[in-house]
Design a protein around this ligand. Structure first.
Ligand SMILES: [Zn+2]
Length: 145
């Protein structure tokens, strides 16, 4: 992942956002490290010979679990990257659907949250699909926190 397109007009990150930024960078580094391990495990060819069916079944199960985790962790990493970009752009902390401030208790729990609790609940009730007026803003994303 390269950050070739460094913008000149980035908002200075100060105060509470500085804290969030540091949190998010730490979280990103941790996720990247985890993903590296998971990917290495998931894509290593396993040697099935000489194992009975029960063992093979367990191994398949573990492998599938790793792939699911890879999906979850990868998804979270994408959300973290996005949050860092929003910090940079100065739009961090605002709900992408309604534009209101996201409760800071929520950001304490999930620093990469991009929806306020109300909008998150709305999306969950609507299978992850944002309200019609938010779709134009390119906010469509089934995987949100
Ligand atoms: Zn909202």
């Amino acid at each position: 992942m390269t950050s070739a397109s460094k913008k000149n007009k980035s908002t200075p990150i100060t105060g509470l956002n500085q804290k969030r930024y540091e949190e998010l960078v730490l979280l990103r580094d941790r996720l990247v490290a985890q993903l590296r391990v998971l990917a290495a495990e998931a894509f290593t060819d396993s040697d099935q010979t000489g194992k009975d069916l029960a063992d093979a079944g367990t191994e398949d199960f573990l492998r599938n679990t790793e792939l699911v985790l890879l999906g979850e962790e990868g998804k979270r990493l994408a959300l973290v990257q996005e949050a860092l970009r929003r910090l940079d752009e100065g739009t961090y902390g605002r709900c992408i659907d309604c534009g209101k401030r996201i409760q800071s208790a929520r950001l304490d729990a999930i620093p990469y949250a991009k929806l306020c609790v109300d909008c998150k609940a709305l999306r969950e009730a609507n299978d992850g699909i944002p309200p019609q007026d938010a779709q134009d803003a390119g906010a469509f994303d089934r995987f949100v926190e």
